[in-house]
Design a binder for this molecule. Structure first.
Ligand code: GDP
Length: 532
């Protein structure tokens, strides 16, 4: 019996592909996501991802901010089956003020799909995301979107992507023309051309596909654009390295695709690549040992907490990436941080965008545990073994604000609200060692607005955010416990603890920080904290 279970865990893990979709706002991430779901048969009607965005706005006050600014604040998870494979797609907020959330989502995936606007090339927000993927050696698949527009030269785009990524692009497909003269995509590996016709309702069965062996036909029909594409393909296939699966998996090559998401064009190729080349879940490092995805016992890590997704329930969902074993309905977990057992009220999966009850899940899958507390960002879960997974980053905030309560009678609600929002990672909440005024720390200004709106909408607390004299925070540790104690005593007015009760030091400027670092040589000042 045990052996049968082991075999099936292995085959289930092999069926999984878990990836994040990343881009600068407006490159077409939402559109591509929707088209991937459509092509995988997970949704019937185009427009429902947008509709989902819209209905979320309608149900939640703080989401008004998202609506007003036309940005996506919350990331979400979608699961679909395609060619007998289970694909988990994690959306990421495009706006840079929520980049911390995105970094954490990137720790939960095995690959990333990067969407580039062909008119704009690599944009600032993409650069930051690329840096995170590169630091983790996450394999990246590149999709150059909006070829139906007047866009930049594909060779130039390829150069730009290569130089910003610092790794070679391997074109799997190449565009024939662009804008009004966009004729289609030449599939270099399959040696055929898919002819472009605009329209959001088309499926791939409708497409005309012409074999690359019919050169004369292609040249006469698509004229100068085809001849140019032919020359470019010649150039890139001789100059670029050929695809090497190991290099790609090590984050050292990126397969490159072109298309037009809004016209459902070039989407199928990307979906196929996700199945054919993207990695299935691999082993993960815990402090104690390396954990294989095929191990019999369940383990997982909380990489995101989202509160009040359903305002009528006021619940919180902890998003857990399954790292090993099998999750089964009714299971209870051990939370390493508290040492306690935890049985969630319910566990959901995100199949076809509905929140369905999940009966089983395997490494690579994302499950949502409904909680009323008891779980924090970065928590490791297991069936009993002590396993602490690391790598969930918290960055030192660059913006600070002091919280002032308008109605002093509501201080209890404020504490609760701040504690929950801090645990969720919506903002960093610092409690001073001296005094009682809470301090908020953020990476982006919008985080303050979201927190202010949510405190009001979800906790009934109105606050004023006051300017703070601090501009820099560092988590402090030392190999010498005595030195650390002396440092904290000497600077007690500037010491705070965060949501995870870790000590941090506040500085008024970089200069101030430099001076302190020189003065206290045995103290380490960390700009980033990994949950541990
Ligand atoms: P996101 O911010 O990255 O999620 O971008 P969206 O998917 O919301 O797309 C931004 C805008 O670009 C929308 O108006 C889309 O309709 C449009 N768009 C997306 N894909 C294409 C495309 O292939 N061609 C053209 N012309 N417009 C597109």
């Amino acid at each position: 019996m045990r052996q049968r279970a082991a075999v099936s865990i292995e085959s289930e893990v092999k069926r999984r592909r878990t990836f994040a979709i990343i881009s600068h706002p407006d490159a077409g991430k939402t559109t591509l996501t929707e088209k991937l779901l459509l092509f995988a048969g997970a949704i019937q009607i185009a427009g429902s991802v947008k509709a989902r965005k819209a209905s979320r706005h309608a149900t939640s006050d703080w989401m008004e901010i998202e609506k007003q600014r036309g940005i996506s604040v919350a990331s979400s998870v979608m699961q679909m089956e395609y060619r007998d494979q289970v694909i988990n797609l994690l959306d990421t907020p495009g706006h840079q003020d929520f980049s911390e959330d995105t970094y954490r989502v990137l720790t939960a995936v095995d690959a990333a799909l990067m969407v580039i606007d062909a008119a704009n090339g690599v944009e600032p927000q993409t650069l930051r995301l690329i840096a995170v993927c590169r630091a983790r050696n996450t394999p990246i698949i590149t999709f150059v979107n909006k070829m139906d527009r007047e866009v930049r030269d594909p060779l130039e785009l390829m150069d730009e992507i290569e130089s910003t990524l610092g790794i070679p692009c391997v074109p799997f497909a190449w565009p024939v023309g662009q804008g009004k003269l966009f004729h289609g995509i030449f599939d270099i590996r399959k040696n055929h051309m898919r002819v472009f016709t605009p329209g959001a309702d088309r499926r791939r069965e409708d497409d005309e596909v012409i074999s690359g062996d019919n050169r004369d036909l292609l040249r006469s029909r698509f004229g100068a654009e085809f001849q140019q594409a032919e020359q470019e393909i010649d150039l890139v296939t001789t100059a670029a390295p050929s695809f090497d699966a190991d290099e790609f998996l090590a984050g050292k090559q990126t397969p490159m695709f072109f298309g037009s998401a809004v016209n459902n064009f070039g989407v199928q190729e990307v979906l196929d690549a996700l199945v054919d080349v993207a990695p299935h879940p691999g082993p993960r490092k815990a402090i104690e040992r390396e954990v294989k995805p095929t191990e019999g016992k369940f383990s997982g890590v909380v990489f995101k907490i989202q509160a009040n997704m359903d305002p009528s329930h006021r619940d919180r969902i902890a998003f857990v990436r399954v790292l090993s074993g099998r999750f089964e309905h009714g299971m209870k977990f051990k939370v390493l941080r508290t040492g306690k057992d935890f049985r969630p009220t319910s566990v959901v999966t995100f199949l076809s965008q509905r929140r369905d009850r999940v009966d089983e899940a395997y490494a690579g899958d994302i499950i949502g545990l409904t909680t009323h507390g008891g779980l924090q960002l970065g928590d490791s879960l297991s069936e009993g073994e002590s396993l602490q997974f690391t790598g969930l980053p918290f960055f030192a905030p660059e913006l600070f604000a002091a919280v002032e309560l308008k109605d002093p009678m509501r201080s209890k609600q404020l504490q609760k609200g701040l504690m929950e929002l801090g645990q969720e990672g919506a903002i960093q909440v610092f409690k001073p060692l001296l005094g009682s005024e809470m301090l908020l720390g953020a990476i982006g200004q919008l985080q303050f607005e979201v927190v202010q709106a949510r405190l009001k909408g979800e906790y009934g607390v109105e606050v004023r955010l006051m300017p703070s004299r601090y501009s820099c925070a560092r988590w402090v540790t030392s190999k010498n416990a005595n030195d650390l104690r002396r440092f904290m005593d000497a600077n007690v007015g500037r010491m705070v603890t965060d949501a995870a009760e870790t000590h941090a030091f506040l500085a008024t400027s970089r200069f101030d920080l430099d001076v302190m670092q020189k003065r206290w040589e045995t103290i380490e000042f960390h700009p980033m904290r990994e949950h541990a």
